[in-house]
Design a protein around this ligand. Structure first.
Ligand SMILES: Nc1nc2c(ncn2[C@@H]2O[C@H](COP(=O)(O)OP(=O)(O)O)[C@@H](O)[C@H]2O)c(=O)[nH]1
Ligand SMILES: [Mg+2]
Length: 255
């Protein structure tokens, strides 16, 4: 990212008033040049909208909010937010979980990796448990996540390690706008679907080659309590993944 590039990070929120660390988000935009935030309130029933308004008022021009009339799920909130961000001048857009499981220091490091490079168009944060790093993940979620990620990499036919980390950055492109044109199939598998759409492209739309996707192992990540993912949604995610695989296979055959 050069000093002229603008990055807009979409923060999807559903009933996040208690978890949103407003001070941390404000400091994050103060410390990361070119970073703007777009909070999406997905029909929250608590005071999320008020917290967003206070954040927007504290950093006008750098922090904005988008209000969806009713709860549509993380996938649709992220899609709407990214489309909104792409309507502006952003060179890069992306999304970040509201609980700051990926902390501001890592957001800063990811933004620095974008600076002035033309090696990749997609930057995925990856939670890799390595010595010397602090990846603090609930054991059950870790092992379930590894099974899911392995299945996702088979479906996508590329060696992606962590499709589900809630921090991703995407360079503005026709392929990206096209990939966001239609709603995603699943609420919790949309990251896989988005990557699939990007690398598959469409008639007349050049795909993003897998070698232009970069995964960056995080130095710090922590599981934050209050997750909205429940066992039924885990089962649904498995089913959605199978259907995404079927859709992608059909699209590959049609090309
Ligand atoms: N827009 C929207 N965001 C949601 C919804 N459910 C969860 N999120 C957001 O998705 C992100 C991750 O949610 P979280 O519950 O921490 O999931 P986990 O970290 O995967 O266990 C947070 O920013 C949540 O606010 C939803 O129904 N709509
Ligand atoms: Mg979380």
């Amino acid at each position: 990212m050069s000093t002229l590039d603008v990055v807009v990070l979409v923060v999807p929120c559903y009933n996040e008033a208690a978890r949103l660390d407003a001070a941390a988000f404000t400091t994050m935009v103060d410390e990361i040049a070119g970073l703007n935030l777009l909070f999406v309130d997905d029909g929250s029933l608590d005071d999320t909208a008020e917290v967003h308004q206070r954040l927007c008022a504290a950093r006008p021009g750098r922090v904005a909010s988008l209000v969806l009339p009713c709860n549509q799920g993380k996938a649709e909130a992220v899609r709407q937010g990214l489309l909104h961000a792409l309507a502006g001048p952003a060179a890069w857009v992306g999304y970040l979980d509201a609980d700051l499981a990926t902390p501001p220091s890592e957001v800063q490091r990811l933004c620095t990796l974008l600076a002035g490079q033309d090696q990749f168009d997609v930057l995925l944060a990856a939670r890799v448990k390595l010595m010397g790093r602090s990846i603090d993940r609930n054991a059950g979620r870790h092992y379930l996540g590894r099974v899911f990620a392995t299945a996702a990499s088979l479906v996508l036919r590329m060696p992606v390690y962590d499709t589900q980390c809630g921090a991703k950055l995407l360079r503005r492109s026709t392929a990206l706008t096209h990939a966001l044109a239609a709603p995603f199939r699943g609420r919790w598998t949309f990251d896989v679907e988005l990557l699939g759409r990007l690398v598959t492209g469409a008639p007349g739309i050049a795909p993003v080659p897998p070698q232009r996707i970069h995964e960056e192992p995080l130095l710090v990540w922590r599981d934050v309590g209050g997750s909205k993912l429940n066992p039924t949604q885990v089962l649904q995610a498995g089913l959605d993944l199978a259907l995404i695989g079927r859709d992608l296979a059909r699209q590959r055959r049609a090309r």
